[in-house]
Design a protein around this ligand. Sequence first.
Ligand SMILES: Cc1cc2nc3c(=O)[nH]c(=O)nc-3n(C[C@H](O)[C@H](O)[C@H](O)COP(=O)(O)OP(=O)(O)OC[C@H]3O[C@@H](n4cnc5c(N)ncnc54)[C@H](O)[C@@H]3O)c2cc1C
Length: 208
Amino acid sequence: MKVELLSITSNPEKLIEIAGRTSHLSFNRQGKNSEKNFIKMLIKKGHTSVLEHAYATFNISGVSRVLTHQLVRHRLCSFTQQSQRYVSELNFKYIEPDSIKKNSKAHSLFIKFMEEAKKVYLKLKDLEIINEDARFVLPNAIESQIVVSANFREWRNILELRGNIGAQWEIRKLVIKILKQLKKYAPTAFEDFEIDEEKSIIRKIKVR
Ligand SMILES: Cc1cc2nc3c(=O)[nH]c(=O)nc-3n(C[C@H](O)[C@H](O)[C@H](O)COP(=O)(O)OP(=O)(O)OC[C@H]3O[C@@H](n4cnc5c(N)ncnc54)[C@H](O)[C@@H]3O)c2cc1C
């Protein structure tokens, strides 16, 4: 899985402070690091709409369609995904879950099925079936690439829902990678999200 930060609002925490201070015209209260306390206050009071002024875009590759199908449920994001109509899936790569990889019988069944799917796809193409119809035989495990843009409020929503222990392992892995990058550029806006590497989850914590 590769997660590349393509773009992020420049000086995002300062922008959030300036936007937020417009409400009370309290610009004179700005100072060194004042954006930190201001953002903490916004999050504490639930005024997270102000966080919508900052955006981040990620290029995500080497993930399954299982993952991307879950990701695209987040309606406030903008998405562009690798097409299975315009891009041929001959020789497609796929993601194999650890539970299958570790079980030798399950693993050989899985590999056999992937190879069979490739063969059938190729045969359909040989029969001049177009990509958009040949893809009906492709598995959920197939690798895909997707670019996602969202504002910080929506990223916070995604991190909370998809970093949780109840979320699927692959999407949890993804949001941990996303959170690490967001924390670099906007540590305060994401400081109440803590990564537990061992359990591969994100915890929402209380910050003072
Ligand atoms: C662990 C887990 C299991 C899941 N299992 C299933 C499943 O079995 N089947 C299934 O279909 N889905 C499932 N989902 C997907 C889930 O139901 C949501 O569709 C998905 O998580 C997007 O959540 P969201 O609506 O909060 O996010 P977004 O679409 O990102 O929206 C962000 C926020 O904007 C607001 N919003 C967006 N659109 C509207 C609207 N139209 N009206 C009002 N407010 C809006 C809401 O406050 C929302 O929380 C699962 C999700 C998780 C995390």
